[in-house]
Design a binder for this molecule. Structure first.
Ligand SMILES: C[S@@+](CC[C@H](N)C(=O)[O-])C[C@H]1O[C@@H](n2cnc3c(N)ncnc32)[C@H](O)[C@@H]1O
Length: 230
């Protein structure tokens, strides 16, 4: 199935689901996303001296996880409603984060700025993955690390087929019940199916300049965390 990555459509889809976005994440992942996020931050090499960046920060869970472990944490997103939710969450937690409305294809930061960069469930939604990986590389300091948490196309084996069925049938149904927006959650499996396989994404990272690239599969193979060093 062809999936549109038109920024206006993607942005308005995320704006619609903001109020129940966190709840859907917890339900869809059986609460596992919190542990995956912790591991993502670990793999991005947080450092009390480093500036940290979260690309496509959404409601800010990864940005907030970085904030406690780096000198300062910045989250960018092109959806103002998502940023507003992140801001409210930070205020409720008494956490200091910086948020900016920006497109991941054109990060509004100078070269060599961040020691630690993460992105969570965002890369699947961008129009040009290579460009975003290159932008993340550009703004990383030499020796800086990145980690990308993302759904990954299910394999052809029995577990992969169960995963695909879960995403195609159960997730849109749950999305309809919890958010009233079946379309947004029908987009999810379609976007996963058209996303590069884990090894292909690793190769795209290398082509963007990242070194020591690797990845870990989680969630019965439905999730991968890729990581690399500039
Ligand atoms: C599935 S949500 C993930 C949010 C958050 N990172 C998390 O881990 O829950 C994807 C986010 O990426 C943002 N996004 C998608 N394409 C983007 C782009 N080109 N530039 C900036 N943000 C983008 C969306 O607005 C949305 O908030």
């Amino acid at each position: 199935m062809a999936v549109s990555k038109d920024p206006t459509l993607i942005g308005s889809m995320f704006a619609r689901i903001v109020p129940r976005y966190d709840l859907m994440n917890r339900l869809m992942t059986f609460g596992r996303d919190a542990a995956w996020r912790r591991l993502t931050v670990d793999l991005a090499g947080p450092d009390a001296e480093a500036l940290a960046l979260d690309v496509g920060c959404g409601t800010g869970d990864l940005t907030l996880a970085l904030a406690g472990r780096c000198r300062a944490a910045v989250g960018i997103d092109f959806c103002a409603e998502m940023l507003q939710a992140a801001q409210e969450k930070a205020r409720a937690q008494g956490a200091a984060i910086e948020l900016a409305l920006a497109d991941a294809h054109h990060l509004p930061f100078p070269d060599d700025t961040f020691g630690c960069i993460v992105t969570g469930f965002a890369l699947r939604n961008v129009a040009d993955i290579r460009r975003v990986l290159a932008e993340m590389h550009r703004v990383a300091v030499p020796g800086g690390r990145m980690a990308c948490l993302e759904l990954t196309p299910p394999g052809d084996g029995p577990v992969g087929r169960v995963n695909a069925l879960y995403q195609r049938r159960f997730v849109p149904l749950l999305g309809q019940m919890v958010t009233g927006d079946a379309a947004a959650y029908a987009y999810l499996p379609a976007s996963v199916a058209s996303f590069p396989q884990a090894e292909v994404l690793a190769e795209m990272m290398r082509a963007a300049g990242w070194r020591q690239v690797g990845y870990r599969r989680l969630g019965f193979g439905a999730v991968a965390i890729h990581y690399g060093v500039k």
